[in-house]
Design a protein around this ligand. Sequence first.
Ligand SMILES: Cc1ncc(COP(=O)(O)O)c(C=O)c1O
Length: 411
Amino acid sequence: MDYFQYRNEEAWCEEVPLEKIAAEVGTPTFVYSKSTLIRHLEAMKKAFSHWETLPCFAVKSNSNLEVLRIIFSHGFGADIVSIGELKRSLIAGADPRQIVFSGVGKQDFEIKMALEHDILSFNVESSFELRHIAQAAKKMGKVASVSLRVNPNIDAKTNPKIATGMYSSKFGIVETEVRQLVEEIKKSDSLCLVGVSCHIGSQITDLTPLREAARRMATLAKDLLSEGHELKHVDMGGGLGITYKDEVAPALDAYAQTLIEEIRDTGLRLLIEPGRVVVGNTGILLSRVIGVKQTAEKNFVVVDGAMNDLLRPSMYDSYHEILAVKNQERVMNCDIVGPICETGDYFGKDRNMPAMDEGDLLYIRACGAYGAVMASNYNSRPRAAEVLVEGGRFQIVRSRESYEQMWSAEL
Ligand SMILES: Cc1ncc(COP(=O)(O)O)c(C=O)c1O
C-alpha cells in the first residue's frame, strides 16, 4: 500500500497534487512519500518482532540523505558497499555498530576507514579480501569482525542480472572454500568470525530459494558454533521483491516466518539487508511530455525524463507502471520514451494510457529503489531533483543539478 492516489481523476502524493510539485520544482523529479516509507519501516519491524533482528537497509537502493535519515531514525542499520555509502550513512545518523560492509572489491582505504569506525561486520567475499582486512587490522592494532558471505549456488529465480547466489556470479565464497577461510580466521589475531551471510539475489518473489539459503546458512552456523566459534549473527541479505506489474510479492510476515523458522535453532541474531522492499514503492518519477510523435507503426510519447534518470527499463527490461497525472477518457497505445539518443531510452512499450499531449504530466511508479541512485549525466543531462512529501507539505531533498555543477570538476 502506498500514498500515491487519484482524487477527482488527478494524481496526488499524500496531501499534495503532483501537478503542484511539477509547477514549483520542474520535471523530471523523483517524488517520495514519507508516510509510505514509514509504513514500510514499521511493517518490517513488526514482521520480525518475535526474533532478535537487525534490518540493515541496503543503502545502494536509495542513498538520499533525507531518506536515509528517516530510515536510521527508525532503528535500521545499514548495508553498505563503498566508503561513499559509509560516509553518507554516518552523515544521516547511522550507528556504526549497525553497519555491515558488503561487496566483492573492498579497497584498502575503504577497509581502513571501516575499521576506524568499528563497524559491525565485514561481509567477506574472497580470500584476498580476508588477507587485506587482516593486514589492515593488524597495522591498526584492531581485531576486525568478519562474517563469511557464502555463495550457496541457489537459483533465486529472478532476472539473471540481479541473481547473485549461483557459482556463475562473482559474489560470495563457494562452500568448498569456506573451511579454508575459517581456518585462516582462527589462526589470525586480527580477525574475529562473528557471522555467516548470504545474498542470493534481488526482486525475489518465491520464498523457496530464500528458505533453502537460510537452511544452509543455519547448518553452517551450527557447525561453526559447535566448533567453538562465537558467532553473533546469521545475515540473510536482502532480495525480497515488490509488485511492479502483476508479480505476487510474498507478505512480510511470510518472509519473516520463513527466515526465522530456518535459523531459529542457531539461537543467533538475524540480520537482513532489505532495499527494494523498503523504498521501492515509496517513490515515483514525475515527467512532462515534450511532444507526441506518430510513425507508420507507433505513437511515441517523448517525455523530459530519460534513461539517465531511471535506468531500470533500459538496463533490465523492467516494467514500471506509467500513469497520467490527469486522467481522461480518450486512450492511446504508445511507447513512452526519453529524449536520449539511444533506442534503448524508453520507460514503457505498447502501453494503453490516457491520450497524452504536449505539456501533459505523467508519472512512473515504483521508482524509490534503484532509481535516482543509478542516474547519470549521459547526454550531458543534469540529474533530476528529488522531493519528499509529508502530509500537505513537500521539501526538495536533492536540488536539480545545475549545468555548472555538472562540469565543474572538468574545468
Ligand atoms: C549484498 C546485498 N545486500 C542487499 C541488497 C539489497 O537487495 P534488495 O534491494 O533486493 O533488497 C543487495 C542488492 O543488490 C546486495 O547486493
